[in-house]
Design a protein around this ligand. Structure first.
Ligand code: NAG
Ligand code: NAG
Ligand code: NAG
Ligand code: NAG
Length: 299
């Protein structure tokens, strides 16, 4: 509770200091995974609204993916969105999707690694999609955008989750996969890579958002009670107690962080408020001061 109040206050004050700048993406091309619906679709929609020239939607769901491209072309004009079906946990399919996108648009400026699932029972699949899929997407983003490899540079946004920061008890595998994304982004986002490749890597951690992922019945069924009978009740309590936010508001945060996020930066968006950047604490400040016994040091 205190934490929530703190974050809201922090978010409000940062929002007031920064003001709301309108991001602009004229002439730019984005590739977004898991964009047939939910956050990925919302982010595609927002980037086009902010002037993006074109978007490639990657998704495993062919029917929804096609519909998504049609919806975007209806809203923003023909030829603004294409759909390429691919399973991002399959390296071959994922890379072919990048190649087809490059052939079509002749350029790439923004990659959003958004595809993610909750599946605590099939945890290997969750790892493959959320962690390995994002890593592969990041490496492909570097391959096709790096100025060291003939590209123009660009931005990679990896979708993590507030779960990676607060570690709720009801989905440890999801939490771990989203933590992987933060670690990768913080390391790969540093100047060592940025100066060489001109590819910024930024990470966004949304709180609970009104997508299919958290429709209560589906959500609870994607969890595992193998290690505790209280997992599902805890999750239902969590859904009730964590405020859920609108996709549109997270989509605005997506565009903002792509536009303004510095290399390696990590952002939270929650409670329908503007996104705010977080700073990882210095490790000395993380030391629990009474965690050792003086006797341990005397021989
Ligand atoms: C990956 O995708 C390719 C092309 O669709 C397919 O031939 C291959 O069997 C897939 N690999 C796996 C492990 O599913
Ligand atoms: C996200 O960003 C990090 C840092 O750039 C990168 O290492 C990672 O591969 C990207 N994707 C994931 C899932 O972390
Ligand atoms: C987005 O957040 C604002 C408050 O910041 C809220 O008034 C609005 O309803 C939210 N958008 C949607 C679509 O719910
Ligand atoms: C060029 C650039 O923006 N570099 C920044 C990358 O991130 C580090 C750490 O956050 C900054 O110190 C650099 O200025």
């Amino acid at each position: 509770m205190y934490r929530t109040v703190f974050w809201i206050t922090a978010a409000l004050s940062i929002a007031m200091v920064l003001g709301e700048k309108q991001p602009k993406f004229e002439g730019k091309i984005a590739l977004i995974t898991g964009a047939a619906d939910g956050l990925g679709f919302g982010c595609a929609n927002q980037l086009l609204k902010d002037g993006l020239k074109g978007v490639t939607i990657i998704d495993i769901n062919r029917m929804k993916g096609k519909e998504a491209a049609i919806k975007l072309n209806d809203a923003f004009g023909p030829g603004r969105a294409i759909f390429i079906p691919a399973d991002i946990s399959n390296d071959t399919e994922f890379e072919v999707a990048f190649q087809v996108s490059m052939k079509h648009w002749k350029r790439l400026d923004i990659v959003v690694n958004n595809a993610g699932i909750v599946n605590e029972n099939n945890w290997r699949l969750a790892m493959n999609v959320n962690a390995i899929g994002t890593l592969k997407g990041t490496l492909l983003g570097f391959k096709y955008m790096s100025s060291a490899k003939g590209g123009r540079g660009g931005v990679i946004l990896n979708m993590s989750s507030l779960a990676a920061i607060v570690a709720p008890d009801f989905f440890p595998v999801y939490t771990a996969t989203k933590s992987f994304i933060i670690g990768l982004g913080r390391s790969l986002g540093q100047d060592l890579y940025y100066e060489h490749n001109r590819v910024r890597v930024v990470t966004l951690c949304p709180g609970f958002t009104k997508t299919d992922l958290i429709a209560p019945e589906r959500f609870v069924n994607s969890l595992s009670d193998a290690l505790s009978p209280y997992v599902k009740p805890s999750a239902l309590g969590g859904l009730k107690n964590f405020p859920t936010q609108a996709v549109d508001n997270v989509s605005r945060a997506c565009a903002k962080v792509i536009k303004d996020g510095s290399n390696g930066s990590v952002w939270i968006v929650e409670n329908d408020l503007p996104a705010y950047e977080i700073i990882m604490p210095d490790r000395d400040s993380m030391r629990k001061t009474d965690s050792y016994d003086v006797a341990d040091y005397i021989y």
